[in-house]
Ligand binder design. Structure first.
Ligand SMILES: Cc1ncc(COP(=O)(O)O)c(C=O)c1O
Length: 419
């Protein structure tokens, strides 16, 4: 998720991204056709609106069938406007926003969207603007100080939804999120009582960590939330089971989506929640990862290392220190496809920093050479939103394509997605 990147400021939204402009009429091209057309020398992000909409549809339907709940898309994961429009087309109406920029963007694009401010530590001005200008009513918090701040900046508003974020013990998610936010159980009990006294809508939330491969983690977290709610002796109106839902990467196939939904439904069935209590979730990665790939060009080959036109300061932050592997395919739009056996490669990105290295291994035909293009899949989540301008490599082209994802994640019905 780029959290491991030690230096370089994260770029403002869409900085350096050259959108393709209004899409020409007619069917979207394939990635291979778009590569032949543009011969991209800079990274080319290939957005699959059909895949994004179908993924959202599948997820919203599965969560609805399991617990009748609301799906809040975590905007931080990918705020690209084409991506957001596709999710809206797929039925997403609620958004987990965590900054003034995200709030403005979603409110501008979708005046009817429901916004939930899910950052537990907010600036005072951001709270005030969210409430007064953008109609935000739901705010997450994990401390008494934040509760006071929200009360003061909204003028003790009588229509708040306050959601207490619970700390979870460090779990086994690929991306642990237990360190920074969340009230320990005893504090959460006190916070729930204090928030109940001032808010007509009260909730509990948690995050099991990103790319969580174990459905039982949700059941355990729900049980902990249940214990805290019981100890507080309050009735709640919302239980938010967070994000963390996984996708496939090379060598990693998560349990089907249905297993996660079943675990959440089982966990909730054990709690004594009021009948009106809404269940929310905040997926990011699961909704958008399969919907965007990246085309890069090979600028040099040195043994089994390929120098390519994007790297850890661009869309491939997670391929650096976090060590994510992405599905790869070689593109030779003007020649027959290589039939060479597959070999393992590491990548170097375009900047002069030695840390701009991606160990992979990335599997490609063994005759990959300078001038070839490579498509890397599953990059819709925490990819382009983390691009920086470091070393002058901020430019990237954005195109819409019709291809299916490079890797399937079990449990999603993407049959109707090519468009
Ligand atoms: C509060 C919150 N909700 C949801 C998400 C989305 O998580 P994921 O992409 O793992 O689904 C994040 C990710 O950092 C988060 O911080």
């Amino acid at each position: 998720m780029g959290y491991a990147r030690s230096r370089s400021a994260v770029a403002p939204l869409r900085r350096g991204l050259a959108a393709a402009g209004p899409r020409p009429a007619g069917p979207r091209p394939s990635v291979l056709q778009a590569t032949a057309l543009h011969r991209p020398e800079e990274p080319m992000l290939c957005v699959r609106p059909g895949v994004l909409a179908e993924t959202a549809r599948s997820f919203v339907a599965a969560f609805g069938a399991a617990v009748g709940g609301d799906v809040l898309y975590a905007v931080k994961c990918n705020p690209d406007t084409t991506v957001l429009r596709a999710l809206w087309a797929g039925g997403v109406r609620h958004f987990d926003v965590a900054s003034p920029g995200e709030i403005r963007l979603i409110r501008q694009m979708f005046p009817d969207a429901v916004l939930h401010y899910m950052h537990p530590v907010k600036g005072r001005q951001a709270i005030r603007a969210a409430y007064e200008q953008y109609g935000v009513r739901d705010f997450v918090l994990d401390s008494m100080e934040e509760l006071e701040k929200i009360r003061q900046e909204t003028g003790d508003a009588a229509d708040l939804g306050l959601v207490v974020r619970l700390a979870l013990p460090k779990g086994n998610a690929v991306y642990d999120l237990s360190g920074k936010f969340g009230a320990p159980a005893a504090e959460a009990v006190a916070l729930l009582r204090a928030a109940r006294a001032v808010a007509p809508k009260l909730g509990v939330s948690f995050h099991v960590g990103s790319q969580m491969l174990d459905p039982a983690a949700y059941e355990r977290a729900i049980a902990l939330a249940g214990a805290v709610i019981a100890e507080a002796g309050v009735a709640i109106d919302v239980l938010d089971v967070g994000g963390g839902f996984p996708v496939s990467y090379p060598g990693v196939t998560p349990p089907p989506l249905g297993d996660f939904m079943a675990a959440i439904a089982r966990g909730i069935a054990t709690l004594d929640l009021p009948a009106h209590c809404r269940i929310w979730c905040e997926p990011g990665r699961a909704l958008v990862a399969p919907g965007v790939s990246l085309v890069v060009r090979i600028t040099k080959r040195r043994g089994d290392e390929l120098y390519i036109t994007d790297g850890v300061y661009g869309s491939l932050s997670d391929a650096g220190v976090p060590g994510f592997r992405f599905p790869a395919r070689l593109l030779r739009p003007f020649e027959p496809m290589s039939e060479a056996p597959v070999a393992a490669f590491a990548f170097y990105g375009p900047t002069c920093d030695s840390a701009d290295r991606m160990n992979g291994p990335f599997l490609l035909p063994s005759d990959a050479r300078e001038g070839d293009w490579i498509e890397l899949g599953q990059l819709g989540a925490y990819g382009s939103c983390l691009r920086t301008a470091f070393n002058g490599f901020e430019q990237a082209r954005v195109v819409e394509v019709a291809d299916p994802p490079l890797l399937e994640t079990p449990g999603y019905d993407l049959a109707a997605s090519a468009a």
